[in-house]
Design a protein around this ligand. Structure first.
Ligand code: GUN
Ligand code: ZN
Length: 454
């Protein structure tokens, strides 16, 4: 029987004001990028720490014995045999693919046609979208994801549904209507390029900056947009990027996709250039996959300050190219890099479990992804991709109190196995590699406990 409990956030003024509280336990977070600095310099770790939370934000963090003296009356929740980390950041996934996750496909393009498009067509029905959004958010929280950059689909209803559910949990959420006006079934196609961008702007005005909701202009990928749609989407993004609006799409994921882009856009230098020509490459642009990049493309993304998203379980499952983290984080032009589950190409909702796959993808090319670096990608790296690293991704005073509590005794075997692990990184590495379920004991969003297990 499940002992999982989900609670919508109490965002009433009264709830927020009286929320001075403490969370005690082992604490781990990153304050700098371990791809660029000595790993030790980047880590903030307390064996027995205290996080003080006030009005949804972190007021203080430090060693428990030292800090508690300053807060004699504080109510403290203590987690033993656990580690508290910043909530995970999922930089790319499709909530509308939750109903078809785990469907086999021989290639990306066949998989889209066979499973994805028919499923997404169902999201014109608001009730179906609401039901899916509810189930989807519960999967995020039970996996410790507190911020997500989410693809909806063509229909404005699909965007409303996910933002409404995110509002109930007070979760920091990025989403936008998917722009797609060619090369897909009529029941999923935008009526016209013009109309699709009018609808996007309407949703943007309705949702962007409403509480913790942020909007993304979201062309699915170059093959499913006409030139006119990309042009209008680029204009919309450029008009609002100064206000914190994103551009979110797919790039260089699979060989046959790239061949198709070449046929459709023979005038472009490469796939990245298709987006650049239409003003879609900018400081709040987020590109999922980036497996098969030319050096020129990395340069363009770095110069523009874009974020890239490694989606390892999806790439393994769909048999696409593999993401080369050592290229993405090349020292002379390190691109902001995070992790995406890419549900439903990805095979589960856990950012943490992606790290086990990311390690193996690196090993296919003899590249070692250290536990420090991978945990950074799942937290602060993701926050950097989304330009939110001054608010989330670390446990630091002034940051939003978005936290995950990971169980260090999730099973009988792991309790025993972890006794032989030398430090917290070795322990977390064992857990990411063995892929344990029910790892998350609690998830906090803006200081409120929205998920608890046990
Ligand atoms: N490229 C365009 N659309 C999609 C999608 O839904 N999933 C994945 N993995 N790649 C895509
Ligand atoms: Zn995707």
């Amino acid at each position: 029987m499940s002992v999982e409990k989900f609670s919508y956030a109490n965002t009433s003024q009264a709830g927020i004001q009286c929320s001075l509280k403490g969370v005690r336990g082992e604490i781990l977070s990153f304050i700098k990028d371990p791809f660029l600095y000595e790993e030790k310099e980047c880590v903030d770790h307390y064996d027995d720490g205290l996080i003080v939370i006030k009005a949804g934000r972190i007021e203080a963090v430090g060693d428990y014995a030292r800090l508690v003296k300053n807060y004699p009356d504080i109510e403290i929740e203590e987690y033993k045999n656990s580690v508290i980390m910043p909530g995970f950041v999922d930089c790319h996934l499709h909530y509308v693919q939750s109903p078809m996750i785990g469907s086999p496909g021989d290639t990306l393009l066949n998989w889209l046609n066979r499973y994805t498009f028919p499923t997404e067509a169902k999201f014109k029905d608001k009730q179906f979208a609401d039901e899916t959004a509810r189930m989807f958010f519960r999967q995020l929280l039970r996996n410790g994801t507190t911020t997500a950059n989410i693809f909806a689909t063509t229909f404005p209803e699909s965007v409303d549904a996910i933002f409404e559910e995110s509002e109930r949990y007070n979760a920091l959420t990025i989403c936008g209507k998917v722009l797609q006006d060619r090369n897909l079934p009529d029941n999923l196609k935008d009526r016209s390029a013009e109309n699709s961008v009018v609808e996007s702007e309407g949703l943007l005005r309705k949702w962007h900056g409403k509480g913790r909701r942020l909007y993304a202009v979201a062309p699915r990928f170059a093959p499913t947009s006409s030139r006119l749609q990309l042009k209008l989407a680029g204009e919309l993004y450029q008009a609002y990027v100064g206000k914190g609006v994103y551009m979110h799409t797919h790039l260089d994921e699979a060989y046959n996709e790239i061949e198709w882009v070449k046929e459709l856009y023979p005038e472009a230098t490469d796939y990245t250039d298709v987006y650049a020509r239409y003003g879609l490459v900018g400081r709040r642009s987020v590109f999922a996959h980036c497996c098969l990049m030319e050096e020129r493309e990395w340069d363009v993304l770095y110069d523009a300050g874009c974020g890239v998203v490694h989606c390892p379980s999806s790439n393994l499952f769909l048999g696409d190219g593999e993401f080369k983290f050592w290229e993405a984080k090349e020292r002379l032009r390190p691109c902001k890099t995070g992790i995406g589950t890419d549900v439903g190409g990805g095979t589960n909702f856990s950012v943490f479990r992606q790290l086990g796959d990311a390690y193996k993808v690196g090993m296919l090319k003899d590249r070692y992804l250290s536990p420090e670096r991978s945990l950074y990608l799942a937290t602060r790296g993701g926050a950097e991709v989304l330009g939110l690293d001054d608010r989330i991704g670390s446990i630091f005073p002034g940051y939003d109190a978005d936290l995950v509590v990971l169980d260090l005794k999730p099973t009988e075997f792991l309790e025993w196995r972890l006794k032989f692990a030398e430090d917290i990184f070795a322990k977390l590495f064992v857990m990411q590699t063995t892929g344990v379920e029910n790892l998350v004991r609690a998830t906090y969003i803006a200081g409120e406990k929205v998920f608890q297990n046990g």
